[in-house]
Design a protein around this ligand. Structure first.
Ligand code: PGA
Length: 257
């Protein structure tokens, strides 16, 4: 079963509507010829709808950065899955480490969000990863496994197979300190094995992205690892040339096993 690479750009709290439109205009042109790689951009909420219109005729897909797990009600400031689906989102990032650290995301709420995303017809890009203290305490595998288990708990196999997982060591996010390809592969392999224990087909089909200081010049080596199928890119996704460089590093071949 072939796994297509996915390169997703997480813009975080960057870009006005005008800036977002300028970025996707350039990006569309730079990646127009790419056929063998899925490409997603995750603008802030305010730019989702205009960006959806701007990329309608392109090979870019829209992602949101977060969703709430209830579908309606008195939840000031929250946005739900059906609203994101309506404006054209294909993906939604779930449980990014910044949500875990700054906005109270827990193991339990991360699992609710994954289910809510699927229920709305969205593909969750589910983020997991250890902090520096956890790595130094040799707890990486234990922490990442627990986060994975919480996110996929109770999902039927057919749904699980549509998940995207992003392994993002917290110490590598926005720091310029990228995990070595070996460090990343080791954790990706554990994630793949854990998925295989749940459902062999899910293990074969789920794209496992790496995130944390991915740039055009380190992407190729990371993506060459057996279990790394793509990247979730923060800083380098804010510039069309550098993001396109990462897409091109991924598009040299379609992954399979
Ligand atoms: P970074 O962010 O590429 O800026 O390290 C990655 C992420 O947070 O998804």
């Amino acid at each position: 079963m072939a796994r297509r690479p996915l390169i997703a750009g997480n813009w975080k709290m960057h870009k006005t509507v005008a800036e977002a439109l300028a970025l996707v205009r350039d990006l569309k042109r730079l990646v127009a010829q790419v056929r063998d790689c899925d490409i997603a951009v995750a603008p802030p909420y305010t730019a989702l709808f205009p960006v959806a219109k701007a990329i309608e005729d392109s090979n870019l897909r829209l992602a949101a950065q977060e969703l709430f797990y209830e579908n309606k009600g008195a939840f000031t400031g929250a946005v739900c899955g059906p609203m994101l689906e309506e404006v054209g989102c294909h993906y939604v990032i779930v449980a990014h480490s910044e949500r875990r650290q700054l906005f109270g995301e827990t193991l339990v709420t991360s699992g609710k969000r994954v289910k809510a995303a699927f229920a709305a017809g969205l593909t969750p890009i589910f983020c997991i990863g250890e902090t520096l203290a956890e790595r130094q305490a040799n707890d990486t595998m234990k922490i990442v496994a627990a986060q994975l288990d919480a996110g996929i708990e109770g999902l039927p196999a057919a749904t699980l197979r549509r998940l995207v997982v992003a392994y993002e060591p917290v110490w590598a996010i926005g720091t310029g300190v990228v995990a070595t390809p070996q460090q990343a592969q080791e954790v990706h392999q554990m994630i793949r094995e854990r998925l295989r224990a749940r459902d062999p087909e899910a293990a074969a089909t789920i794209p496992l992205l790496y995130g944390g200081s991915v740039k055009a010049d380190n992407a190729k080596e990371l993506l060459a690892q057996t279990d790394i199928d793509g990247a979730l890119v923060g800083g380098a996704s804010l510039d069309a040339e550098s993001f396109a460089g990462i897409v091109k590093a991924a598009s040299v071949r379609t992954r399979g096993q």
